[in-house]
Structure formats: structure tokens, C-alpha cells
Design a binder for this molecule. Structure first.
Ligand SMILES: [Zn+2]
Length: 175
């Protein structure tokens, strides 16, 4: 499990040529500070990968995509980057939905629900690997419209995803 380390940051110490940037995360403090050049290199690297910034057994802290994270699962840089990237995508999708909801307020009429064609169901099921796209559950699955029908979403494979009933319910509650 990857968690954001809110409040963690690099703190500047020393002066002039002895200036260093030391990573702090609550009571965990890196033993060694970074030079300006090292900080520059890490700043650009963390856009494309995850940079380990502190080992505080069993936790490891990472810098990735402008934020700090920690995990204690022994993840590697590629794992962390993938998880952070996936989280960004999910946030972007959620924003897209939120905007669609706002835009739908202006719709004059709510379109009626039409049944999902069998071939579309099969395509969606295959694409999503027969499991909930949120949590990976393989039981109690439902076809969910990413953009709801009531908001103008179509019954196409592109606008459909597999969700388990609990995830679908949570999604409904967050709309
Ligand atoms: Zn689920």
C-alpha cells in the first residue's frame, strides 16, 4: 500500500557551499542531505520515476510526481511510479465525471436507458479481464456507465466498465 507522506519535505540546512537539503518526514529525518546538484537531479528524475529519499525501516519514503510517499511493502521505483501514475489517472477520470455532472445540469431532457447489447457486454467483460476495475473482485459484477446514461453517456464499450456491486454503490454515493 502506497500512502502520501503529507507534510514531508526537504529542509535547507547550512550556508553557502555547505548548504544541503535534508528530507524530513515527521520524526524521520534523512541521515544525509542532498547538495544543490543532487537535489536538481532528483527534482527532474522524480517526474519520470520514483526516487527513494529515506529509509526508515520498515518504511521507505519516495519522491514521485511532485509528492512524497511511503510504503512498507518493499516496492521498487517502477512499482511506486505505476501506482502514483494510476492514482493521477483515477483523479483525472473523477474530475472528468464531476465536470460532466455539472454540464448535465444544463441538459433539457434526461435520455432513457437502453439495454446494453450482448456484443458490447462481452467486449467490456473481456477488456476488463472479468473483474472489477476498482478493486479486482470477480463476483457480484455489474456493467457501469462511466458517464451515466442520465448524463448523456452511451452504452458503448468505451463508456462501460465492470464494477462489483460494492464499488458501484460507492461510486453512486460519491456522485
Ligand atoms: Zn470492486
Amino acid at each position: 500500500m502506497l500512502r502520501e507522506a503529507k507534510g514531508a519535505d526537504f529542509v535547507q540546512t547550512g550556508a553557502w557551499l555547505r548548504r544541503r537539503w535534508v528530507f524530513h518526514a515527521g520524526r524521520h529525518i534523512a541521515a544525509r542531505g542532498l547538495t544543490a546538484a543532487e537535489l536538481d537531479a532528483a527534482t527532474s528524475a522524480q517526474e519520470q520515476t520514483a526516487v527513494p529519499v529515506l529509509d526508515a525501516e520498515p518504511r521507505r519514503y519516495w519522491w514521485c510526481r511532485g509528492r512524497f510517499w511511503w510504503e512498507d511493502d518493499g516496492l521498487d521505483a517502477e512499482d511506486v511510479f505505476a501506482l502514483v501514475f494510476e492514482r493521477e489517472q483515477r483523479t483525472a477520470r473523477r474530475l472528468e465525471r464531476a465536470h460532466a455532472i455539472v454540464a448535465a445540469e444544463a441538459l433539457p431532457e434526461r435520455p432513457r436507458r437502453t439495454p446494453i447489447p450482448q456484443d458490447v457486454r462481452r467486449a467490456v467483460f473481456d477488456r476488463d479481464g472479468g473483474c472489477c476495475v476498482e478493486c479486482g473482485a470477480t463476483f457480484d459484477l455489474q456493467y457501469d456507465h462511466v458517464i451515466p446514461v442520465a448524463l448523456g453517456g452511451a452504452s458503448t464499450a468505451q463508456n462501460l466498465q465492470l464494477l462489483c456491486a460494492p464499488c458501484n454503490q460507492r461510486k453512486g454515493a460519491s456522485l
